[in-house]
Design a protein around this ligand. Structure first.
Ligand code: CP3
Length: 360
């Protein structure tokens, strides 16, 4: 077995040979191998069959040489045992059958036993730990706010109006919902860790829709509950969100050994705002994977220069890989990150400075 621990070491801010790299949504439709399985199975059918979920998880590990695997699942799976109904409608994204809008709806949410009700996820984790051969496995869940937004809106949203209306007009209902959800999500993460996940990521993808004040009052205590439950299991915890520039100090307070950054803030700027006593994951714009290789390289090196060789940087995108991303560009980024060294960085920095790249 060839142990690759650079991802786990970076989570703990320990020195590494080269910067570790993986990608959010690294398994998915941009890969032909995934599409071949997806032709015959729906997204949920893949999740329900642990052997298939494990196979799909392995695809990017084999094809790209990334330093971590992320379990193939979805942040909305816990919605199913909660009794709310989940479908992925073609072209529409997720649809929740029975959205939660009232105190009665919250009371009707069923209790969830993660070990059994989501047992297929734990089974996929156990299979993967046998297959991964030393590459660490990341488990994950959605953060309470992001999951709540789907179950209140009934699906994806731009304005989060129903979500915010509940928050502002029926705070008791909001808090009752967040209380239940955060307990379910905490148990779900704990079950994943006990099944063998070696690190976990909490996805608060849409939390940037909130002001710092509303984050603090309506979200932070619940995210904290989930993050602390995972921390108590002694694995590294990654806390990710997008559009979070003004929320970063509060997200750090909520918890996480690693904070995930999107591309809207330069990595060094985000890291300075947080303080260097926390590790950093990110933050290439996923759209850059559609650019010509020299442009990609310039941007990858810019991020690595901003990380400045500090222990605790994990290279990733600022959000998930987009659907039609060229696989060869994703692979090229893995190689660029692994080939980068301070000496080469300085060389390429001087080459880049004649172009438009910014340097701090
Ligand atoms: O990262 C990975 O490779 C692991 C798998 C993974 C999926 N979803 C599989 C999936 C992960 C980590 C997720 C997380 C997830 N799911 C998030 C948080 C991350 C983010 O992107 O912000 C969110 C918000 C969801 C909810 C969700 N699932 C949406 C909005 C959609 C539809 C949008 C789309 O791309 O069609 C999904 C479907 C989904 N989950 C796909 C995949 C690979 C789409 C592909 C398919 O239908 O086969």
């Amino acid at each position: 077995m060839e142990i690759n621990d650079r991802f786990l070491r970076a989570c703990r801010r320990e020195p590494v040979d080269v910067t570790p790299v993986w990608f959010m949504r690294q398994a998915g439709r941009y890969m032909a191998e995934y599409r071949a399985i997806r032709e015959k199975n729906s997204l949920l059918e893949i999740c329900y069959q642990p052997e298939l979920a494990a196979e799909v998880t392995m695809q990017p590990v084999r094809a790209l040489g990334v330093d971590a695997a992320i379990l193939f699942a979805d942040i909305l799976l816990p919605v199913i045992p909660l009794g709310l109904g989940l479908e992925f409608a073609k072209g529409e994204g997720p649809v929740i059958g029975k959205p939660v809008r009232t105190a009665e709806d919250v009371a009707a949410m069923k209790p969830v036993d993660a070990e059994t009700d989501l047992g297929y996820v734990m089974e996929a984790i156990r299979i993967l730990r046998g297959e991964l051969n030393g590459t660490p496995l990341i488990g994950f869940c959605g953060a309470p706010f992001t999951v709540a937004s789907y179950i209140i809106e009934g699906g994806s949203s731009r304005e989060f109006l129903k979500t915010k209306t509940m928050m502002y007009s029926a705070p008791d209902v909001w808090h009752a919902l967040m209380d239940k959800l955060s307990n379910v999500l905490a148990d779900y993460l704990i079950a994943q860790i006990r099944a063998g996940a070696q690190a976990v990521q909490v996805f608060d993808s849409w939390v940037g829709a909130l002001s710092p004040q509303d984050y603090e009052n309506f979200v932070l205590p619940y995210s904290q509950r989930v993050l602390q439950a995972a921390k108590a299991e002694k694995v590294p915890v990654i806390h990710f969100g997008t559009n979070t520039t003004t929320l970063l100090p509060l997200m750090k307070h909520a918890g996480g050994d690693v904070i995930g950054l999107d591309w809207r803030i330069p990595l060094d700027d985000g890291w300075a705002r947080l303080g260097h006593d926390v590790a950093m994951q990110g933050n290439l714009d996923p759209a850059l994977l559609f650019a010509p290789l020299p442009e990609i390289k310039k941007r990858v090196h810019d991020i690595l220069r901003r990380a400045d060789g500090r222990p605790g940087h994990i290279f990733n995108l600022g959000h998930g890989i987009l659907q039609h991303t060229p696989v060869e560009n994703v692979k090229a980024v893995v190689d660029m990150v692994h080939e980068y060294s301070p000496t080469r960085a300085e060389q390429s920095a001087s080459a880049v400075e004649t172009g438009s790249a910014v340097r701090s």
